[in-house]
Design a binder for this molecule. Structure first.
Ligand SMILES: C[S@@+](CC[C@H](N)C(=O)[O-])C[C@H]1O[C@@H](n2cnc3c(N)ncnc32)[C@H](O)[C@@H]1O
Length: 260
């Protein structure tokens, strides 16, 4: 461990631990397992498919060259793995504060290097190195994102919109989405990034009870929900239950000196 509290530890499970002693824990083992269960049920497949197309569009000019794709707060690495699978010979780095997530991401695709690191403490990635930076429902550090992104690179950001999981939010008392979220995120990034595209993506999920339970408890609501209220709420719903996916997918590029 160095004087700043950094550890350097290549875990047997295939990820690199570059976390500090003071870093946030990130998702626990149970939350990561539920997120994987939800991904394997195909619940977020329309979003992953959309991200593959966005990545394809932005990496197309570099056809034939190996590019670096970084997913911050990657969780079990499902979106990144699908992008690498679809687009071929690129390299991926999955960064997450959770070692449980990093362990899963390390196994998600052979071209993924998984790193445990805190996005707020600085990312262990060189300046201007990244061609495509993904952040899906994860914390954003605009200064670090601007530092690691190549001048020709793009940042693809996915944030929930107020309708996201609305049926479950109402029935089970999950944490709602701030209606001002998209505007707040834009404001946070405005100094360093120009917003190029932003569009809502909505889809319908047909959930059975066990997957709905996993959806409800894989995110921050896991820490707030009363298990009895959750069970009662789930009993009141009809199965399978149709639940709305509703997110904003935005593409940003680093500001050039003329734009600043
Ligand atoms: C809502 S999950 C999204 C996971 C993944 N992007 C997905 O869409 O399936 C947010 C992720 O961010 C990670 N995270 C939370 N705080 C973090 C931090 N300070 N630095 C890096 N990752 C963090 C969590 O451990 C979790 O895996």
């Amino acid at each position: 461990m160095c004087g700043n509290g950094h550890r350097f530890d290549a875990a047997r499970q295939g990820y690199l631990n570059l976390g500090t002693t003071r870093m946030p824990a990130g998702d626990d083992a149970a939350m990561v397992a539920r997120r994987l269960e939800v991904a394997e049920a195909g619940v977020y497949a329309p979003l992953t498919d959309h991200l593959v197309e966005v990545a394809r569009d932005h990496l197309a000019p570099a056809a034939g060259e190996q590019r670096l794709i970084v997913d911050v707060g990657a969780g079990p690495g499902v979106h990144l793995a699908r992008i690498l699978e679809a687009l071929g010979d690129h390299h991926g780095i999955a960064v997450d504060a959770s070692r449980y997530a990093a362990r899963r991401a390390a196994r998600a695709h052979p071209a993924i290097t998984a790193i445990v690191a805190d996005v707020w403490a600085g990312l262990p990635i060189a300046d201007d190195a990244v061609d495509l930076l993904l952040d899906v429902f994860a914390p954003r550090n605009g200064a670090e994102f601007a530092r690691i992104l190549a001048p020709t690179g793009v940042l693809v950001l996915v944030t929930p919109r107020p309708g996201h999981l609305g049926e479950l939010t109402r029935a089970l008392g999950l944490l709602g989405v701030d209606p001002e979220k998209t505007r707040r995120v834009d404001d946070e990034l405005a100094d360093r990034f120009t917003r190029r595209e932003g569009r809502p993506l909505t889809w319908e999920m047909s959930l059975d009870r066990s997957v709905a339970m996993a959806v409800a408890t894989m995110g921050p609501s896991a820490h707030h929900l009363d298990p009895r209220a959750l069970t009662t709420g789930l009993q009141r719903l009809e199965w399978p239950q149709t639940v709305t996916g509703d997110v904003e997918v935005a593409v940003y590029t680093p500001r050039t000196t003329e734009e600043t």
